[in-house]
Design a protein around this ligand. Structure first.
Ligand code: PXP
Length: 241
C-alpha cells in the first residue's frame, strides 16, 4: 500500500504565541522541528480574523520550508489573492464562520458549486493543488469532482467524536474517491487512539493533524509525538495489507 503522508497543522503554536503578543513560540520553528522529526508537510490556516496564523507567518513558511505547504483558507476573494501571490504547494478550502472554535463541518460543495468552481479554477491556474474539506458524503464527493477539484479532505470530526456509523461513512467515501479519480486526504480530531482505522483506509493518502499533536508535544516534545503518530499510521497501514 502507498505510504501515508502526515501533514502537521501548526495553527495552535500561533495561538499560544498570540496569547502574549510576542514572538515565542514561533510556529515556523515548530514547523521545521516537525519536518526534521518525520512530518511530510505543514498545514496552516490563515483565517479571516487572523486569530492564529498571520500573513507574515505564511510568508515565512513559504520562504523558509522546502516541504509542501498546505494553506487552509476560506473561499474568499481576499484569500484567493493571498494564495495566488504566495503560491503554496496546496490550498485546502474550508468553510469559515467567525464564531466557531474550529472548522465545524465540511464545505457544502453541492449548494455552493457556482461560487466554488471559479475559486478552484483560479487557484489551479496559479499552479496550486486544490483540495476541498468535505463531510464523507457521496453527494459532496461527486460535486467536488464535478467542479474540477483534484483532491478532497474528508472531515473526520464526527468519527473522532465517536458517533455511530462514522467509520463506515468514511470507508464508503474513501472508496468513492478512487472511483471519481480524486486524491483522498482526511483530518480533524485525529489522535493516537483513533488514527489507526482511518490510516488503514487504502484510498487515504494524507492525514492532516494539528490540535492533538501540538497539545501532546507540551508533554513529550514534538519529535517524540511525530514519531509516535508516524508509527501508529504506518503500523495501521502495514497490518491492513
Ligand atoms: N484539516 C482541516 C481542513 C482542518 O480545518 C483542521 C483544523 O484546523 C484539521 C485538518 C486538523 O484538525 P485537528 O486540529 O483537530 O487535528
Amino acid at each position: 500500500m502507498t505510504k501515508l503522508r502526515l501533514g502537521v497543522n501548526i495553527d495552535h503554536v500561533a495561538t499560544v504565541r498570540n496569547a502574549r503578543g510576542g514572538a515565542h513560540p514561533d510556529p515556523v520553528a515548530l514547523a521545521k522541528a516537525a519536518l526534521r522529526a518525520g512530518a511530510d508537510g505543514i498545514t496552516a490556516h490563515l483565517r479571516e480574523d487572523r486569530r492564529h496564523m498571520r500573513d507574515a507567518d505564511m510568508e515565512r513558511l513559504r520562504a523558509e520550508i522546502a516541504a509542501p505547504l498546505n494553506m487552509e483558507m476560506a473561499a474568499t476573494a481576499e484569500m484567493v489573492d493571498i494564495a495566488r501571490r504566495l503560491r503554496p504547494h496546496a490550498v485546502c478550502l474550508v468553510p469559515e464562520r467567525r464564531q466557531e472554535i474550529t472548522t465545524e463541518g465540511g464545505l457544502d460543495v453541492v449548494g455552493q458549486s457556482v461560487t466554488l468552481a471559479p475559486v478552484v479554477a483560479a487557484l489551479a491556474e496559479a499552479g496550486i493543488r486544490v483540495s476541498l474539506f468535505i463531510d464523507p458524503d457521496p453527494a459532496q464527493l461527486r460535486a467536488a469532482a464535478a467542479i474540477g477539484a483534484p483532491v478532497v479532505e474528508l472531515h473526520t470530526g464526527a468519527y473522532a467524536e465517536g458517533r455511530a456509523g462514522e467509520l463506515e461513512r468514511l470507508r464508503i467515501a474513501a472508496a468513492l474517491t478512487t472511483a471519481l479519480g480524486l486524491e483522498c486526504h482526511a483530518g480533524h480530531g485525529l489522535a493516537y487512539d483513533n488514527v489507526a482505522p482511518v490510516a488503514a483506509l487504502p484510498a487515504v493518502r494524507e492525514l492532516n493533524i494539528g490540535h492533538f499533536l501540538i497539545g501532546q508535544a507540551i508533554f513529550d516534545g514534538i519529535a517524540t509525538v511525530i514519531a509516535e503518530m508516524r508509527a501508529r499510521m504506518d503500523g495501521a497501514r502495514a497490518s491492513s495489507g
